[in-house]
Design a protein around this ligand. Structure first.
Ligand code: SF4
Ligand code: SF4
Length: 444
C-alpha cells in the first residue's frame, strides 16, 4: 500500500491510500487520526514537493460547512501531551574519528573519497582523547546519557584504541552516574582473530556498512586495491551474529547509489543474514531524480513486505521507521534534524571539534579543540534548525526537524538553503510512516 492524493488544511494534512482509506495528521499536535471523506473533500490538494500552507477552500452548502467546521475545530485544538523538543547547548553525543585511513575505497565516500577527509591520520592519540571525553562527561548531570560513535576511515584498524576509550568511559561514567552508550560503524572486513575478540568484549552497538549482495556491494565498496570486499564483510557479520559476547545490537546500513540502486534486493539479502535492525539511505550527492524516485518506491515496497510479514515489530527493525514511530508515540515536537552545534559534536583524529561529521578537515568549520569550545562560532547554531532553515510552514517540520545542513550545503551551496529533493524524500517517506502508524495503532 502507498499514500496517494495529498491534501492540506492549515496544520492538518490528509491522504488517501490505494485502498481508499483516509489518514490525517496534525502537524503541530503530532496526532494521527481518521477523518471523514466530507472533511477530506474540504481540504486543498497539494503536491508532496511543497511545504507552503495552501489557500483555504471555503464551503458552499451546509454539509460542506459542517465538514469544514470539524477541520477548523481539530486544527485549533492544543494537544496537552505534545511536548517541546527544544535543545539547549550541552554535548550529549559525539562521533570520534579513531583514524583517518581506510582499507576500502567506496565510490561515494564522503570522507574525502578515501576515508582521510583530505588529511590521512594513522590513529588518534588515546592520551589526548581521554581528558577530552572526561571534559564532556563532567558537564552532564547524573542520569543523563552520553553516546559515542566510533568511525574512521575504518575504526577497526585500531581496536585497542577503541577498547581503551570504551573501558575508560564506562569507568568515569560510573563515577559520575551518567549513562554511556557506544557504537562502532565499520565495513566489517577486519573482524577476525584478536580484533573479533576485542569487539565481542565491549558493550557496543555495531553498524555494518554494506550495500547488498556481492554483485552490488563489490561495485560500490571495493578494497582500496580495487578487489572484492563482500566475502570479508559477510564473514565479519556472521562471526558477530554467531557469538556476540557483550555486543548490544547488530545492524546493517546500506547506501542506495548508481552502483547498488535496488534497496529491495538489498533488503532481501539482509533478511538472509537476520540482523537486529537495518537502514537505507540515498547517496544524495548523485543528485539524481531517477535514483531518488526508485529509492522512495522501493522503500515503500520494503515497508509493505515488512509490515505484511511481521507487523509493527518487523517494520520497526528498519531504523528510519522506528525513529518516526518513537516520535509519534512520545509526541516530542522536534525542532532540529540533528544536534549539530547544540548537543552533538564531531571529533577528528587530532581532537578538533566540528558540528557535523562531514566538516572534518575543513579548518573554517572547527568549533573547538581538546577541552575548549569556540562559543562565538557555536552561537551560530543556537536557534532551532526549523527557524534557521525557514521550515515554519512545512507540515513535516516537527518530524523532520529542518533537514540536514550538510546536504543543503553540498547541493544548494548554503547550509540553510533547503535541498528540494531532500524535502520531497523526507515528506514522501513520512507519509508512508504515518500510514503504517495509523494501521498499527488501530490494530492494537
Ligand atoms: S527540511 Fe524538512 S522541515 Fe524543512 S521544509 Fe524540508 S521537509 Fe520540511
Ligand atoms: S548536518 Fe546532516 S550530516 Fe551533519 S550531523 Fe546533522 S544530519 Fe548529520
Amino acid at each position: 500500500m502507498k499514500p496517494l492524493e495529498l491534501r492540506r488544511h492549515k496544520e492538518i494534512i490528509a491522504f488517501k491510500a490505494e485502498d481508499e482509506s483516509i489518514t490525517a495528521f496534525h502537524a503541530y499536535n503530532l496526532e494521527v487520526a481518521d477523518i471523514s471523506a466530507e472533511s477530506f473533500a474540504q481540504m486543498t490538494p497539494i503536491p508532496v514537493t511543497t511545504g507552503e500552507i495552501p489557500d483555504v477552500k471555503l464551503p458552499i452548502n451546509p454539509e460542506e460547512k459542517e465538514a469544514f467546521e470539524a477541520l477548523n475545530e481539530w486544527n485549533s485544538e492544543e494537544n496537552p501531551n505534545a511536548k517541546s523538543g527544544k535543545l539547549d547547548f550541552g554535548i550529549r553525543s559525539i562521533t570520534l574519528n579513531v583514524n583517518q585511513i581506510c582499507n576500502l575505497k567506496c565510490t561515494y565516500c564522503a570522507a574525502g573519497g578515501d576515508g582521510t577527509y583530505g588529511e590521512p591520520m594513522n590513529k588518534l592519540s588515546v592520551e589526548k582523547t581521554l581528558p577530552q571525553l572526561k571534559f564532556f562527561l563532567s558537564q552532564l548531570k547524573p542520569g543523563q546519557r552520553f553516546g559515542i560513535s566510533f568511525v574512521g576511515g575504518e575504526p577497526l584498524l585500531h581496536p585497542e584504541a577503541i577498547l581503551a576509550i570504551h573501558n575508560y568511559v564506562f569507568e568515569i561514567a560510573d563515577q559520575l552516574k551518567v549513562i554511556p552508550s557506544m557504537q562502532i560503524v565499520t565495513n566489517g572486513t577486519l573482524l577476525t582473530g584478536k580484533t573479533l575478540e576485542i569487539v565481542r568484549s565491549m558493550k557496543v552497538k555495531i553498524t555494518f556498512s554494506i550495500d547488498g549482495s556481492k554483485e552490488y556491494n563489490d561495485k560500490a565498496r571495493p578494497t582500496k586495491n580495487g578487489e572484492s570486499s563482500t566475502d570479508l564483510t559477510v564473514a565479519g557479520i556472521k562471526s558477530i551474529l554467531k557469538d556476540r559476547g557483550n555486543v548490544v545490537s547488530i545492524g546493517l546500513s546500506a547506501v542506495c547509489s548508481k552502483d547498488s540502486p535496488s534497496m529491495l534486493n538489498t533488503y532481501q539479502f539482509f533478511e538472509t543474514l537476520n540482523p537486529d535492525w537495518c537502514d537505507f539511505t540515498l547517496n544524495y550527492s548523485e543528485n539524481s531524480p531517477d535514483l531518488q524516485a526508485r529509492f522512495i518506491k522501493e522503500v515503500n515496497e520494503i515497508a509493505k513486505i515488512a509490515y505484511s510479514t511481521g507487523g509493527e515489530e518487523k517494520l520497526r527493525k528498519i531504523q528510519y521507521f522506528d525513529h518516526i514511530f518513537a516520535l509519534l508515540d512520545t509526541q516530542r515536537r522536534i525542532e532540529n534534524h540533528c544536534g549539530a552545534g547544540k548537543t552533538y559534536a564531531m571529533i577528528d583524529a587530532k581532537n578538533r571539534m566540528y558540528t557535523c561529521p562531514w566538516d572534518a578537515g575543513k579548518p573554517a568549520e572547527v568549533v573547538g579543540q581538546n577541552e575548549q569550545y569556540d562559543h562565538t562560532k557555536l552561537a551560530n547554531y543556537s536557534k532551532p534548525l526549523i527557524e534557521l532553515n525557514n521550515c515554519q510552514t512545512c507540515w513535516a517540520r516537527h518530524l523532520c526537524g529542518g533537514g540536514c545542513m550538510h546536504i543543503n550545503r553540498e547541493l544548494t551551496g548554503h547550509k540553510h538553503k533547503k535541498d528540494q529533493m531532500f524535502c520531497e524524500r523526507m515528506r514522501s517517506l513520512l507519509l508512508t510512516t504515518i500510514m503504517y502508524y495509523k494501521i498499527s495503532r488501530s490494530a492494537a
